[in-house]
Design a protein around this ligand. Structure first.
Ligand code: UDP
Ligand code: MG
Length: 219
């Protein structure tokens, strides 16, 4: 009797586990910091070592910009070059689609690093409107780095990145946007005790050592 019951249960177990994982809510870490703080570099390292999917809002926008037939290409280009923040309706759709496609392809991929978002109040409102209840924001990984270091790194990257915004003129604007619009978002999360700050002015390895500690503590 008990053996039969156990047998039936063990038959059902894979399906139960499967269903549970299908229902898994996306678990999100927002990755913030100034331009050139090392968000993309550190996210790549995280993906090598942990089961996260990296979604860079900037990369998604650049992809959309160059997609043939996109109605937003020109708008995105103008915003990026000016260091301004693209209206959230565009960005949130790209993020949502990328998350859905990732989870559809592999239901075990429900952990996301969302890099370079939310950058301002509009971004945050858009996220709350579209994603509230649909995803959990676990914490914010904040790569803290002085503006001078940020500018130098981006100028260095600009030699080979081909990015239209890694030049001094765009960078000044990007830094302004970061200070005026993004820092207040980080402060808001700080008040909720959700920010994990890392001194990002050091070497990639040193920074990553701190990242690892944080990720392991957070589980
Ligand atoms: N951007 C945006 N909304 C986002 C993310 C990026 O409008 O949610 C635009 C913005 O103009 C920004 C640019 O894309 O300056 C480059 O962003 P990215 O995150 O790639 O730059 P990084 O901070 O990594 O140097
Ligand atoms: Mg980046």
């Amino acid at each position: 009797m008990i053996v039969a019951l156990l047998h039936r249960l063990s038959e059902k177990l894979p399906r139960v586990v499967h269903r549970l994982s299908v229902m898994m809510k996306p678990q999100v870490v927002f990755v913030l910091g100034g331009p050139g703080a090392g968000k993309g570099t550190q996210c790549a390292r995280i993906v090598e070592n942990y089961s996260y999917t990296h979604l860079s809002a900037g990369d998604l926008l650049r992809e959309e910009r160059s997609r043939s037939g996109s109605e937003f290409g020109q708008l995105i280009e103008t915003y990026i070059k000016e260091g301004k923040i693209v209206p959230v309706e565009i960005t949130i759709n790209l993020l949502k689609k990328a998350m859905e496609e990732t989870m559809k392809a592999d239901e075990k991929k429900f952990r996301f690093l969302i890099d370079g978002f939310p950058r301002n109040q509009d971004n945050l409102q858009g996220w709350n409107t579209v994603m509230d209840g649909k995803a959990d924001v676990k914490f914010v990984l904040f790569f803290d780095c002085g503006n001078e270091v940020c500018i130098d790194r981006c100028l260095e990257r600009g030699k080979s990145s081909g990015r239209t915004d890694d030049n001094r003129e765009s960078l000044e604007k990007r830094i302004q946007t970061y200070l005026q619009s993004t820092r207040p978002i980080i402060e808001q999360y700080e008040k909720q005790g959700k920010v994990r700050t890392i001194d990002a002015s050091r070497s990639v390895d040193e920074v990553f050592a701190d990242v690892k500690n944080i990720l392991e503590k957070e589980g």
